[in-house]
Design a binder for this molecule. Structure first.
Ligand code: GLY
Length: 386
């Protein structure tokens, strides 16, 4: 990405955790960066609970994603220290492990399978009896059958994280334009700029699309350049407590369905999340709230005594294989950092590092190689040949 005169070196479309962290890092490498978003930090980053748990959210068949998640989780301490110093903001970062508990014997069988899978990949987790789980978290129901502790996992407050990123980015010279990016300007088969919703055109040497579930929405995107990114709705409840209630983030499997609770030092407890393929719908539904509260109460009966603070719904960006899409697109000048699905907050430090290397140095680091956009072009070619 060469530097130029008046136009910024980089235009970032989207001021969520991914866009802001990358903008901040690239600006710190001496590049001029502009970020476009009508509602900075107002999308999925605002709703997210902020669990940093590559191990607890491990899914069969997602080993490369697990390694990316671990790489990102392990960058968090240094990333947070640097960010808090640069911004003067606290982020609510905690690295106190994540407890995963089972409600009944089928749920325990599921967790035991998961533990064996984790062990086969060399990832240490500690198996706990029901009593040991309750010793760690005394408010857990007596019926909890057992669980796992992922000691290296943790959490962060995504709202504080975005506030810190906005402040750090601003201090590093990033310009924030509170307008919607409406279209991509393509000249001589190269991305040359972005047309805003008021018709203004901003030009840049490089354009980074980090608009989450809305990453396909720019007019003028040539077909096939951005893989399909779909919105996956998540409803989340925020409760408050003044007395100690939950010491660490706790996930549960309750009759086959998943629930998590993320406590913060200020007394907030985030309960999430539904996973619904409903298009661009952010309606909060009675059924969604009932499902979350029902499962949370099975694990922690005392939850019904807590103060209700907020309910919200966000849209996770799901790529065709539910893994992030990181790197240069097939259109010169256009770069992608999207499709982070359930892992946007977790993958923020590694995404910012990887994208900065790609944008500034022009090289794709090894950790990002399985996630470059061209993997979908290869798949499409194989399908066309079949
Ligand atoms: N990572 C938690 C969620 O997407 O609900």
């Amino acid at each position: 990405m060469p530097t130029s005169g008046d136009a910024p070196d980089l235009l970032v479309v989207g001021a969520g955790v991914i866009g802001l962290a990358t903008a901040w890092r690239v600006a710190r490498r001496g590049r001029a960066v502009t970020v476009l978003d009508p509602d900075p930090a107002g999308g999925a980053s605002r709703v997210a609970a902020g669990m940093l748990t590559p191990v607890s959210e491990l899914t069969y068949g997602e080993e490369p994603l697990l390694h990316l998640g671990i790489a990102s989780r392990d960058r968090y301490p240094a990333f947070v220290a640097e960010l808090e110093e640069a911004s003067g903001h606290r982020t609510g970062y905690r690295r106190d492990g994540i407890l995963e508990v089972a409600f009944d014997s089928d749920d325990l069988a599921f967790l035991n399978d998961l533990r064996r899978f984790q062990e086969s990949l060399g990832i240490p987790t500690e198996a706990l009896t029901g009593r040991e789980c309750r010793r760690l978290e005394p408010m857990l129901a007596p019926s909890v059958r057992g669980g796992l502790l992922a000691p290296e996992d943790g959490s962060i407050d995504p709202r504080r994280l975005t506030a810190a990123l906005l402040a750090a980015a601003e201090r590093a010279g990033v310009r924030l334009v509170r307008r919607r990016a409406a279209g991509l300007v393509v000249e001589r088969d190269t991305a040359a700029g972005v047309r805003l919703d008021d018709g203004t055109v901003l030009r840049a040497d490089g354009i980074l699309l980090a608009a989450g579930a809305r990453s396909n929405e720019l007019d003028g995107l040539p077909e096939g350049v951005v893989p399909e990114v779909r919105p996956v709705k998540g409803q989340v409840i925020r409760l408050r407590t003044r007395a100690p209630f939950l010491g660490r983030s706790t996930r549960g499997v309750v009759k086959g369905s998943s629930i998590y609770l993320v406590p913060r030092d200020d007394g907030e407890i985030v309960v999430g999340a539904t996973q619904e393929e409903m298009g661009f719908d952010t309606t909060v539904t009675a059924g969604g709230l009932w499902q979350l509260l029902r499962d949370a109460r099975e694990l922690l009966p005392g939850i019904t005594e807590l103060e209700f603070a907020e309910v919200s719904a966000g849209l996770r960006p799901g790529s065709p294989d539910n893994a992030p899409v990181l790197g240069p697109s097939a259109l010169p000048g256009l770069f992608l950092a999207t499709g982070h699905f359930r892992n946007g907050v977790l993958l923020t430090p590694v995404t910012a590092d990887v994208m900065t290397e790609i944008l500034v140095d022009g090289t794709v680091p090894e950790v990002a190689a399985p996630f470059t956009p061209d993997r979908f072009e290869v798949e499409a070619e194989v399908e066309a040949r079949a």
